[in-house]
Every structure is written in C-alpha cells, then in structure tokens.
Design a protein around this ligand. Structure first.
Ligand code: HEM
Length: 454
C-alpha cells in the first residue's frame, strides 16, 4: 500500500476569494444533473483528477471521497465508531427498516449482532443449504423448458423465496416472491430518487411517490407480520430470526415486537437485492465468458453431482468467478459515513460532520491494485486479495453480517444452475452498471438457456 496518489486541492476555504467561491458554487450546481445521469463517471473522473482524498461538491453537499486503503482502514475499522452511518441515505433507509441492525449503534447494535450471530453462523447455514438447493431445483424445473430467461427478475424472485425461508422461516410461492420482490425493488428506486433530489418533499406530504412508498412498505410489513405470527407447524424450519423471538432469545429479556419487525425488515432488504443482483451479474459474466463457464461446469462434473457442501475449497473456480463478479460489480458500490470529529486522513483535513464516501466500485477498478481492471479474470483470485482493496462486504465491525449466508446461497444456486443449464448471451449489448441503492444491471439480463449435456 505504498503508492499514495494525492493531488492538492485549491487553498483552504478561508483563503479563497469571492470570485473563486462563486465559480465553485456554479460548478457544484453543474455537477447535479451529471451526478444524477452518470454518478460512476463523475466519481471516477474526480478521483482520477484529484487523487485518493478528493472532495466533490454536489449542489450544497460536499462529499469526501476516501479512496486510499490506509484512510479506508481508519474510517471502516480503527475509528469506525467515530464514523457512523448518519447520512441522508441512511436516514431514508431508516424510514423503511426502522432501527434494525444496519441503523442502530452502540449497545443496541452489539446486542442485535450477538442475537443474530447463531442464526447466520456457518453451522446454521450448513443446515439451511439443502433447502436452498431444493428451492433452486424447483425453480430450474420451472424455467428449463424456456429458450431464454430474464435472469435479473427470475433470480430476484428466487432470492426472495430463499431468504424468506432461511431468514424468517416463511414459505413463499415463487409467484408471491415475484410480486413482493417487485415491490421491494420499487421501494429502493423511490428511496434513491429521494436521496438524489435535494427538493424531495417531506415524508409526511401525501405526494404520489410518498403514497407509493408507504403502500409498498405496508405490503412488505404484512409479509413480515405473517412470518412473525406463523404457526410453528407452518414454518419451514429453523431460521436466522429465531434468536430474536420470544422464548428463543439466548440473552436478556424478550425484545419488543417493533424491534423484531425492524430486524426482520432489515435482514430481508439487506439480503435480497444484494444477493440477487450479484447472481444476475454472475450469470451474465458466465454466459459472456463461455471458457469460464466450461471450467466451472467441468469442476462441478468432477465433484459428486448435487452435493451442496461449501464451494470455496471444493469448487475453487466457481468461488473465484463469484469473487471476480463482485469485484467488477459490487452490489454495495458506495459506503457512506459521517465524521463525528475533526480528523486528518492521509494528510487531508476532514471536518466534523463531513460526509465520507468509500466506493468499492472505484477501489475494485483501480489499476494500482488490479492490473487490467475492466477485464473479467477470476484467476486473479488465486491469491486472496488484501482486504482493504477488496470490499464487496465492507470491512471492520460494521461489515456485512450476512456474508457467509450470501456466499452459501450464491454458490448453491450457481452450482445447480451451471450443472443443469448452459447459459449464453442473447444480445450484443452488454448490461452496464446502473447505480442506485445497489449496483443494478441497466437492462434485463436476458440469457439463452439450454439443458447441459451430461
Ligand atoms: C452478495 C450479497 C451481499 C452483499 C454484496 C452485501 C454487502 C454488504 C456491505 C458492503 C455491508 C456494509 C455496508 C456499510 O459498510 O455501510 C453490508 C452490511 C450488512 N449486510 Fe450485507 N451484503 C450481502 C448480503 C447480505 C445478506 C444475505 C444478509 C443477511 C442474511 C446481509 C445482512 C447485512 C447486515 C445485517 C448488514 C449490517 C451489519 C452491521 O451494521 O452490523 N447482507 N452488506
């Protein structure tokens, strides 16, 4: 981590003249439409021009783009408690998920993380795996007769079905999962539209978009309610949420009902879109790189067919394909924090209250750490990367608590998919990343499918 790319910014604010400040104000307004149209390009350009600790003014907001691994370590790890998630996007997300584990801080957060840990441990995940494989096989049975499939929407339905099952113990039909997934996607879209619109109306106003949001949240709430009132006999089996339910809590008194609701909502939102879009990107990359698809299929054929055990050691090519897919298209493409103190990161002053942005997307495409960064090459993961230049699941105490669950689900789904079907691209136009709450493909990932010859 020796190379440090730092370009001095214009002088300190106090020394800038009126004309300079007026010019900067105009420039910051001019960024707004570009930022709404092509945020990745704006961020990339800024970091390229200004280096590892750039600032970006978008209208009235100033962002500190923290791009150097040493500064990232401070923000996400060593001083993580002084860089909480208290920014605009998190306050919008809070409207949906309440004070669940992604929002809470301090003692409440520590207790939530402890209570959820057993349900997301490797031992618990090993118990869920057969359920994921069986749901995936049913799903493949349903699509196998088609010539082509919109993987983005199909995998979104499958991922929601799988996570309703293993997080909440709730059995959903694929049709129910499909409808709910669409509602959840529209909630994410509306939230992002509010974040990028400095004039977004207050939540209390009954505007059409606010009404849509409320109706969407109410619908997901009804689903959560169903899960939490489910008769024991109707449950799919043990689920990650069990550690929070009355009678099952390993520690302390039973939690209030609204806390449990917030946690269930948080987990479902945190798990569903991130995993389903990573799966969609990965199927696209496998279809677009038939050589790698053949390698993965060969690796699967060489192992016992259908054995759903952990892929990383046993199926290294599959694991590396997923790693490379998350390098190129990290679902969580930006991580936002607010600085609680005046600080200095890699020589740059960070004022108290500043909004700090770490972008895994930019970091994963920095040629200093990743030679030929835009090339899909899973072989680069033959050696594990430094954890501060590869952040698909974040880093530090607030890193993704569902990363093992996500990895298990993605590996299980892909191994059944590639064992049974051959994937090919349908269109010459590759999907491009479209940044929102997550990093979506900008169009349906339509893939041709044929049964794989055994
Ligand atoms: C490919 C799939 C996934 C990706 C890429 C992903 C990525 C991330 C990232 C980057 C963070 C940290 C955000 C930040 O630092 O601001 C995070 C946090 C979190 N994720 Fe995931 N995630 C995935 C799947 C899941 C799943 C399946 C679950 C639940 C089972 C989950 C639950 C959470 C929770 C609860 C947090 C907040 C942790 C805390 O603040 O203590 N995620 N995720």
């Amino acid at each position: 981590m020796s190379t440090f790319n730092f370009v001095a910014e214009p002088g300190a604010p106090a020394r800038r003249g009126l004309v300079t400040r007026a010019r900067e104000a105009v420039a910051s307004m001019a960024v707004i439409p570009r930022m709404r149209r092509a945020p990745l390009a704006v961020l990339e350009e800024r970091v390229r021009q200004r280096g590892d600790m750039a600032t970006l003014d978008v209208g009235p907001y100033r962002y500190y783009l923290v791009h150097h691994p040493e500064a990232i370590r401070v923000v996400l790890e060593t001083r993580a408690d002084r860089y909480p998630r208290r920014t605009k996007i998190w306050s919008e997300i809070r409207r949906v998920v309440g004070d669940g584990i992604v929002i809470s801080e301090g003692a409440r957060w520590r207790s939530q993380r402890r209570r959820l840990r057993p349900g997301l441990s490797r031992a618990a995940l090993a118990g869920y795996r057969a359920r994921v494989v069986s749901r995936t096989d049913d799903w493949i049975d349903g699509i196998a007769g088609l010539r082509s499939v919109d993987m983005s929407s199909e995998l979104s339905a499958l991922a929601l079905q799988v996570f309703a099952d293993l997080l909440l113990g709730l059995p959903l039909t694929l049709e129910e999962a499909r409808a709910t997934a669409r509602v959840m996607e529209s909630i994410s879209r509306e939230l992002m539209a509010r974040v990028t619109n400095p004039l977004a109306p207050p939540w209390s106003l009954p505007t059409p978009s606010n009404r849509r949001l409320r109706a969407g949240i109410a619908r997901v709430d009804r689903l959560i309610d169903r899960a939490l009132t489910l008769d024991a006999r109707a449950r799919v089996g043990p689920a990650a949420i069990d550690g929070l339910l009355p009678g099952d809590a390993a520690e302390g008194p039973p939690l209030p009902r609204d806390w449990i609701r917030d946690e269930a909502m948080t987990m479902l939102f945190a798990a569903h879109e991130t995993t389903s879009i990573t799966l969609a990107w990965t199927t696209y990359l496998l279809a677009a790189h038939p050589r790698w698809q053949t390698v993965v299929a060969g690796e699967l054929a060489a192992r016992a067919s259908g054995d759903p055990s952990s892929a990383r050691a046993e199926l290294p090519a599959l694991a590396r394909v997923v790693d490379e897919s998350m390098r190129l298209y990290p679902a969580a493409w930006f991580l936002e924090r607010r600085s609680l103190d005046d600080d200095v990161l890699c020589g740059r002053r960070i004022p108290r209250g500043a909004v700090v942005v770490v972008s895994p997307y930019l970091l994963h495409r920095d040629p200093r750490w990743w030679p030929q960064p835009s090339v899909f090459d899973p072989a680069r993961f033959e050696r594990p990367p430094n954890k501060l230049i590869y952040l698909p699941f974040g880093a530090g105490p607030r890193a993704c608590s569902g990363r093992h669950a996500a990895t298990m689900v993605m590996h299980a789904v892909l191994r059944r998919l590639i064992a049974r079907l051959e994937l090919a691209v349908c269109s010459f136009e590759a999907p491009r990343p479209r940044p929102g709450v997550n990093l979506y493909p900008d169009r349906a990932v339509e893939l041709a499918i044929t049964p794989r010859a055994r």
